[in-house]
Design a protein around this ligand. Structure first.
Ligand SMILES: Nc1ncnc2c1ncn2[C@@H]1O[C@H](COP(=O)(O)OP(=O)(O)OP(=O)(O)O)[C@@H](O)[C@H]1O
Length: 272
């Protein structure tokens, strides 16, 4: 049998399997004052259930990449697929967590979480059951009726996380979700995030400025170049899924990953 003249660029089976498939994407923003190429030639496959962090200098297009996956932005060229479906507009099968929890001040924690169900018209008994599970999982039990101003910053982010997970999204997108928290709360939430990720089996794409956070939480870390953002390297993190905090940080593999990220970013390019 003769060989095909050109080998296929991507493996269709792997592409359909991938929770997220980004293929040769570029994004250009044209405004009256300037023309910005935010991303160039970005390709990335994220298998289902994987935790991937994205690190890179400020303005290199990390948030833009998440918005493409969510369908909030269209690529100028290239394609994005979620489990094989081409992303052509805002997706309902994703969850999004931002740096600010953006909770409704007049609603209790529980009712903020259930907002997701109301917007999606989920059956209410199913939504309440799922909300209770998530409240338990994130340690919010006892604070369900508290208003946002009665919660600490860490608790507010837990509420935002529950809201993003309520409809069991295929992919959870997190944009610097722990960036506004104090260092200790951030560590606690990192530990909880590792457990929640293992318990839910959700595919996660996390944008972070923290090298330690990226190495601690991820299966792989995507390191991006300065704008126009391209992928400089994808680093595999060879650590077990279940990770205790201090023992993980003491492992040679953790040091190897953080040093490599630091080398790629250059001194001072990321927070820690
Ligand atoms: N809607 C838009 N219109 C015009 N330019 C935009 C728009 N959104 C983003 N940009 C530009 O695209 C580039 C990438 O922005 P993006 O927010 O994705 O970067 P980032 O890596 O997430 O940055 P940071 O780490 O500082 O949050 C920036 O130069 C930004 O000014």
């Amino acid at each position: 049998m003769s060989k095909p003249e050109t080998a296929p660029q991507t493996d269709p089976a792997a592409e359909a399997q991938a929770a997220v498939h980004v293929d040769e994407v570029a994004v250009r923003f044209r405004t009256r004052k300037r023309d910005v190429t935010a991303l160039r030639e970005v390709s990335l496959d994220v298998p289902m259930g994987e935790f991937v962090s994205i690190v890179g200098p400020s303005g290199c297009g990390k948030s833009t990449l998440l918005k493409l996956v969510a369908g909030l932005l269209k690529p100028t060229t290239g394609t994005v697929r979620l489990r094989g479906d081409k992303v052509t507009g805002p997706r309902h099968d994703i969850g999004y967590v931002f740096q600010r929890a953006a909770l409704l001040e007049w609603r209790s924690a529980r009712r903020n979480i259930l907002l997701q169900a109301e917007m999606r018209k989920m059956p209410s008994a199913q939504a309440r059951r799922r909300a209770d599970e998530l409240i338990e999982m994130t340690g919010l039990r006892g604070f369900e009726d508290a208003l946002p101003h009665e919660l600490s910053g860490g608790m507010q982010q837990r509420v935002a996380l529950c809201r993003a997970l309520l409809h069991e999204p295929r992919v959870l997108l997190m944009d610097e979700p722990f960036g506004a928290l104090d260092a200790l709360t951030r560590e606690q939430l990192n530990v909880e995030m590792n457990r929640i990720w293992r318990e839910t089996g959700t595919t996660v794409l996390l944008v972070t400025h923290s090298i330690a956070e990226a190495a601690y939480l991820s299966n792989r870390v995507v390191v991006m170049s300065d704008r126009p953002g391209t992928i400089r390297e994808i680093i595999d993190v060879d650590l077990p899924a279940e990770r205790q905090y201090s023992p993980t940080m003491a492992k040679p593999e953790f040091s190897r990953v953080t040093s490599r990220i630091r080398d790629l970013l250059g001194a001072g390019a990321a927070a820690d």
